[in-house]
Structure formats: structure tokens, C-alpha cells
Design a binder for this molecule. Structure first.
Ligand code: OOG
Ligand code: NI
Length: 471
């Protein structure tokens, strides 16, 4: 074998890379959703205003984010959500997302919350890719096995088996990307346009009105999946630096948020994820069974915003889970908002037990951090010291690693608030990760392992750097 000469282009030199395709796709999706759901555009404007104001008011935080290369990603950052109907759809969506460098992370069982789905989140895995564009899609698979009525279950399965949610060009470009290890710029553009079709809203239902009503009566989510031609994107969520400010400002812009913000309370150091959403739109739909056409409507799509904080270790996550459960034993947030103030106070009081400085969080082993040298020279003796000692000595700095995933209790709250209050139908907890992974055609990545690896890798790099500079 001969080495390629300098004038021979490396194989695939013309390919654009998954980060680029993901950014194109995320922007195309945002433009489409803005057209389809005007309130999303209003929300984007509000988020931009609040983020700008937050950063101008806190020059140190702005400088810190810029230094870490995290500033640019914030205004680009969003997640979406879809709900799929069959194992085949899930397996193909995995291949579609892989083209843009998005892989399944985490398993979420939503049956506990009365929603007959289980889910994963497709997102980039590596630090560089997350920094380039952290676009994520929360992806749920309908669980017809949780629907009681056998005849309806079979009817729904038969309808789903017939629909085709991916266009032929989209499937061809996925295969091409797999075969060639990537796509050219022209193919990437064609792929984004073709993939977008899968996520588009279809105002013509896949079923007649009577069947829609039967599906709806079984569970609103069953209708949302089975009655339509494809898994329309049901929300797109920008990231804000101050969710309390947004929640407060939404009504003045004509948007009514859900009663309470999901997740942890307002804190000095944001942890995990806080989310709020606004109600689904009622959209016109035509239902046809081939003979009768009925003009009706369907409510599924909504808006959401989120604020992301530090990723927690299993110990930190266990503390979070315990404090949230304690809060909810005392007050359950009522969907009508009647006890919102009491819930907020109880949440804040209960979470007083969760340390609220980065230093304490790090020293208690509750959160994940990224280590880097400060530039202060280290002596030979320093090199043998623990990370904590090096941080204390000002030789290393430790920055919080952002939580890139989702929270099952919050996701349940978001589902519930948009399905309507009557949807609080009970299923027993019924996780089936093995089945989900078999349907997906791959195991899901473990979310804690990703953060632990990112922390360990940053520390190893920092120590090598100290040694190099010290030598
Ligand atoms: C997904 C709800 C979960 C989140 O941000 O927690 C979610 C859905 O409604 O399909 O997106
Ligand atoms: Ni969401």
C-alpha cells in the first residue's frame, strides 16, 4: 500500500461532517416550526432579549461562557420532540439522526406518569460536537401494549404498519451516508430537505373522524400518533439563561405558560434542567375514511423553554430525586395553578438541603466538572496532588459540565400539561428498556457514563498540560 501523495485528496475530503449537517437541520426545523407555530417565533424573540439582558448584567458570566466556547451555542440551542408509532420507525430514525451525529442517550419510562410511551433523546455525544451544536430530539415510541382494548390496539397497529414516514430520497441518502461514511455538501442539503418532511405537520389525518375519536378516547396521545401521516415535531425548545424572567414575561406577549416551572427551584447555581411550556394550539384537521370527510381539529403542538444547569453525579441525582419527591409528597402542583405559589415555596424550602455554590457541589461530589489549567505554574510536588487540592491552590479551574439530557418527572409534567388535565390516566410503572433497545436496534448510551468520561478526560488533559509546562 502506498501513502496518498500530497496532491491526492484524502478520501471524503469533500464531505461536510455531521456537526454541519446537524446545524443545517436544526435551523431548517426552527424555520419550519416558526412558520407553523407563530407563538414559537414570539418566544424566540423573548428568549433572545432575556439572554442578552442576562449576559449584559453579568459580565463575568459572559466572559466565562465565551472563554469556554459556550457562548455561541446558547442562541443556536434548542431541542425538539417527536412521537413514533412502530419499531421500524424508531430503528430508521436512529439511522437518520446518526447522519447528523446524534445518538440515543438514556431510557425514559413515561408509563409511570400515565403516558403510554417510552423514550430516549438523540443528541451529540462528544464535547466538541456539543459545543458545535447540541441539538437534541426527545423521541418517544408509542406503547400499544398499554392500551386495554384489544380490537382498538389491533386496528391502530394495522394503520401504523401501513404508513411511510420517510421519503424515498431521505432513505437513499441515509444509506449513502452509511456506505460512504458521510455526505457531500450538496447531498447534505438534499438530506436536510428530505429529512424535514418526516417532521412536518399534515393537516389531513390518516383516519376518519369516528376512528380518531375512538383513538382519542383511548388516550389523546394514541390519537396524536396513530391518526396522522407522520411524527410531526410537537415542540421546539430554545434555551434561556433566566427561565423565571421568561415565565413572568410570557403573558404580556400573549402566551400563557403552564402553572409551574418543572424541575429544581430558582437557585444561585442552576442544576440539571428547568422547563416551562405553553398550551398546545388547536389546529384544523380534515378527517377522511375514504367516503366521509369531516373538518375538525387536533391539539398537540406547543412551545417550551428551558434553562440548563450543571449535570449531577449519581449521588447528586439521588439527592435531587429525593428532594423533589419530598416536595411532591407535601404539595402536588395543580394543573390550574391554584397552588402554584405554595408549590414554589415548598420546593425552595425543601431544596435548601442542596448545596448552592459550585465549590460545595464539587467538594460534596454532587456535580460533574471540567478541569483546565489556570496558567499558574505547578511544582513537581503539585503534580502528585489530587484535583481538589490543585483547584484549591489555584492551579486548576473547575467549570460545571452542562446537563445535556432530560428529566422523566419533568417530561411527564410537560406531556400532561399539553395533553389536557383529563389525561391523568394511570398506568403502573412498566419500564421495558430491553424491548425499547431491541426496537431501536441498538443500546442507548448511559448518561452518567458520558459525563463521568468528559470529566475524567478533562482532568487527564489538564494534568498532562501541567506536566508539559512544568517540564
Ligand atoms: C415530549 C415531552 C418531553 C421534555 O422537554 O421533557 C420533553 C413530548 O411531549 O413528546 O420534550
Ligand atoms: Ni421538551
Amino acid at each position: 500500500m502506498t501513502a496518498p501523495s500530497a496532491d491526492t485528496p484524502a478520501p471524503h475530503a469533500t464531505q461536510v461532517g455531521p456537526d454541519h449537517i446537524r446545524t443545517l437541520f436544526s435551523r431548517a426545523m426552527s424555520a419550519m416550526y416558526r412558520d407553523e407555530v407563530p407563538a414559537y417565533g414570539t418566544l424566540l424573540d423573548l428568549v433572545r432579549e432575556v439572554n442578552d439582558a442576562t449576559l449584559s448584567a453579568d459580565a463575568a458570566e459572559k466572559a466565562r461562557l465565551a472563554e469556554l466556547g459556550e457562548l455561541e451555542r446558547i442562541s443556536e440551542e434548542r431541542h425538539g420532540a417527536i412521537r413514533l408509532g412502530t419499531a421500524g420507525e424508531l430503528a430508521t430514525i436512529r439511522r437518520l439522526f446518526a447522519v447528523m451525529g446524534m445518538f440515543p442517550v438514556g431510557y425514559y419510562d413515561l408509563s409511570v406518569a400515565g403516558v403510554p410511551v417510552h423514550s430516549t433523546a438523540f443528541r451529540p455525544l462528544e464535547d466538541d460536537a456539543l459545543r458545535a451544536n447540541p441539538f437534541r430530539v426527545f423521541t418517544s415510541l408509542l406503547r400499544l401494549d398499554l392500551i386495554a382494548e384489544a380490537a382498538l390496539r389491533d386496528e391502530a397497529a394495522a394503520i401504523l404498519a401501513k404508513r411511510r414516514i420517510f421519503t424515498a430520497p431521505c432513505l437513499a441518502l441515509i444509506a449513502k451516508s452509511e456506505a460512504e461514511g458521510g455526505l457531500s455538501a450538496a447531498d447534505a442539503e438534499a438530506f436536510v430537505a428530505a429529512a424535514l418532511e418526516t417532521f412536518r405537520w399534515h393537516p389531513e389525518a390518516n383516519v376518519g373522524h369516528a376512528l380518531y375519536q375512538k383513538l382519542h378516547a383511548a388516550h389523546r396521545l394514541v390519537a396524536d400518533v396513530v391518526a396522522f401521516k407522520g411524527p410531526h415535531i410537537n415542540h421546539l425548545t430554545p434555551r434561556t439563561l433566566d427561565i423565571d424572567a421568561i415565565q413572568e414575561k410570557m403573558p404580556a406577549r400573549g402566551i400563557t405558560p403552564k402553572a409551574v416551572i418543572e424541575g429544581p427551584p430558582t437557585r444561585r447555581v442552576p442544576i440539571l434542567l428547568r422547563q416551562t411550556s405553553f398550551k398546545a394550539l388547536e389546529e384544523p384537521v380534515t378527517y377522511s375514511d375514504g367516503t366521509t370527510t369531516v373538518a375538525g381539529s387536533h391539539t398537540a403542538r406547543f412551545g417550551e423553554i428551558e434553562q440548563r444547569g450543571i449535570a449531577l453525579t449519581p449521588k447528586g441525582q439521588a439527592l435531587y430525586d429525593r428532594l423533589l419527591a419530598e416536595t411532591r409528597e407535601k404539595v402536588r402542583p395543580a394543573p390550574d395553578g391554584s397552588n402554584a405559589a405554595l408549590y414554589r415555596e415548598t420546593l425552595a424550602a425543601t431544596f435548601a438541603a442542596f448545596p448552592d455554590t459550585l465549590d460545595e457541589i464539587r467538594r460534596a461530589g454532587l456535580g460533574y466538572f471540567r478541569y483546565s489549567p489556570t496558567g499558574k505554574p505547578a511544582t513537581g510536588a503539585d503534580l502528585g496532588r489530587e484535583a481538589a487540592a490543585l483547584v484549591a491552590a489555584g492551579i486548576l479551574r473547575a467549570d460545571p459540565i452542562v446537563y445535556e439530557d432530560f428529566l422523566p418527572v419533568s417530561a411527564a409534567g410537560i406531556f400532561q400539561s399539553n395533553l389536557g388535565d383529563e389525561a391523568g390516566q394511570g398506568f403502573a410503572a412498566n419500564p421495558n428498556r430491553a424491548r425499547f433497545e431491541a426496537d431501536l436496534g441498538a443500546p442507548v448510551h448511559d448518561l452518567h457514563q458520558r459525563y463521568a468520561e468528559a470529566e475524567a478526560a478533562s482532568l487527564a488533559r489538564a494534568l498532562i498540560e501541567l506536566q508539559r509546562v512544568g517540564a
